[in-house]
Design a protein around this ligand. Structure first.
Ligand SMILES: Cc1ncc(COP(=O)(O)O)c(C=O)c1O
Length: 251
């Protein structure tokens, strides 16, 4: 395990965000249940507001908590929270303190153009039921990661370096033989994947002038990265098959 992460405390991030009138938005889509231990030894759970003004989680089918589609934003800032509630429901408010008029109990006002970003109740109930399994599933992910770490110790690949609070949405190895390994494992019915193609190389961003060479670290990572199967229902036998097939590939 590496040293504890040296992080900006809430106080310091507040100094920075105040200075530049900025927010910190945390993409926590891979990190439900994740945490880090700060330089004072305090466990900071992902999305608890200690670092970011808002943390965004995804409930896409492959994520830790899946509702089919949808997601969640966490914030400790009441003003942001209330604004998000309004935006989520078309920009409509029923708050008497905010309304310009009040005709009675039925009355509501559209005060700005918002969105229909409500998570359907049926999907929310699926998410609630998944919450019960979240801790166990996270533990299983960590066990899978530990087994991969052990199994690949002798190989000339790079396995992930991580802190104790890693949530293991993915287990990404780096190898110079990525394409070959990808194809080999796929022919053996092992569904490996590449995460991710650098965003600046996508045609949409290239039209704005981004090009190969702009972000050499991301590009070098992309050339070598391969995500091995990582999900809580991966059985011991299946993982053993992934390990043995990978070892076989490297001879
Ligand atoms: C890191 C990260 N951010 C954002 C998203 C987008 O999430 P959603 O598809 O729920 O909008 C994803 C989804 O794959 C993701 O992996």
């Amino acid at each position: 395990m590496r040293n504890k992460i040296k992080v900006y405390t809430k106080y310091k991030t507040k100094q920075i965000t105040d200075k530049y009138d900025a927010w910190i938005l945390e993409d926590a889509c891979h990190a439900p249940g994740g945490y880090f231990v700060d330089s004072k030894g305090i466990q900071q759970n992902c999305g608890n507001g200690s670092l970011a003004s808002q943390s965004i989680f995804s409930f896409h089918p492959v994520k830790h908590i899946a509702t089919g589609e949808g997601g969640m934003i966490t914030t400790n800032d009441e003003k942001t929270y209330k604004r998000l509630l309004d935006l989520r429901t078309h920009g409509i408010t029923k708050d008497p303190l905010k309304m310009e008029e009040n005709h009675g109990g039925w009355y509501m006002e559209l005060q700005e153009l918002g969105f229909n970003y409500r998570l359907p109740d049926i999907l929310a109930s699926l998410g609630i039921s998944q919450l019960k399994r979240a801790a166990t599933n996270l533990k299983k992910r960590k066990e899978i990661a530990t087994r991969y770490d052990e199994a690949f110790k002798g190989l000339s690949i790079t396995t992930p370096e991580y802190e104790e609070g890693h949530a293991f949405h993915l287990y990404v190895i780096l190898t110079d033989r990525r394409k070959e390994l990808y194809e080999y494992l796929r022919t053996k019915n092992i569904y490996v994947q590449v995460h991710y193609v650098p965003v600046h190389l996508m045609p949409y961003y290239r039209q704005f002038g981004f090009m190969k060479g702009d972000y050499p670290v991301a590009e070098a990572y992309y050339e070598k990265c391969l995500s091995l199967p990582m999900y809580p229902t991966l059985t011991m036998e299946e993982q053993e098959y992934v390990i043995q097939t990978t070892l076989e590939f490297f001879g």
